[in-house]
Design a protein around this ligand. Sequence first.
Ligand code: RIB
Length: 296
Amino acid sequence: MSRIVVFGSINLDIIVPVPRLPVLGETVLGQDALISAGGKGANQAHAARLAGAAVSMVGKVGADGLAEPALALLTTAGVDLSHVGVSTHPTGCATIWNGPDGSSTIVVSTGANSDLRSDDVPDELLEPGVILLMQQEVSLEENARLIARARTHGVMTILNAAPAIVPARDVLECVDTLVVNEIELKMICKAFHLSGNDLPARLADALGTVVIATYGADGVLRTDGTDTLHIPARPVQVVDTTGAGDTFVGVYAASLARGLAADQALEHANAAAALCCTRRGAQTAQASLEEYSAGL
Ligand code: RIB
């Protein structure tokens, strides 16, 4: 089985259910906070591990009291943390408002994550067959450097363009798979002057990259510009969507690493992301392979 290497953010999340979002300058009273491990990179690593893959996390934390709880669930799950370094910045921290409809509104203090460098990934982790996952809570320039290195090593790359920042076009042309939600998709297409009804296929065609677009309740779509597969969302009682996109990416990669075909990997990722929405938190809400695959 191939190894998953995750290059990305590690945060501690403070998630507060709120009756509605405050307006500027207003204080709103929320319910009990959930303080738990998060960060898009760490969430993807945790999901991939629970889905049965061998996972190495490459990231940075601060020399502070947030680092240990931020890494706690990765440690328990058996993710390789030997490439997690310590920064002079504080551990990344996210404050998250969880609305009554399950939506999550997030502010991230990137802290130590901003110190992560492509060079923190040793060459020995970039073996052919490895699947490399990246997101955008770290330096985009370092992502670009790592994508270029990964190419020369024959490593498959999956970039999740979250949070919504438009990466350089030549960088996107070098990734094997780009995963976006609807907002990220529209933002990238606008930047590249692409329009029309079939944005994922147009983007895939323009970049020469496989594009996976997640549409929440409207399901998920994978296209290489020619062949497109759409899978409807699984109906669930949504409690908290925090980390559902990360769960999708981690499980998709782990499923490929386990040898599943892309369409099966998409089904597994879709099921795991749906289950994640039924529970509170990011890593705390992720299901094991046995649990999410029961209904497939
Ligand atoms: O995608 C969800 C994640 O975004 C949270 O865990 C939070 O840490 C932010 O990085």
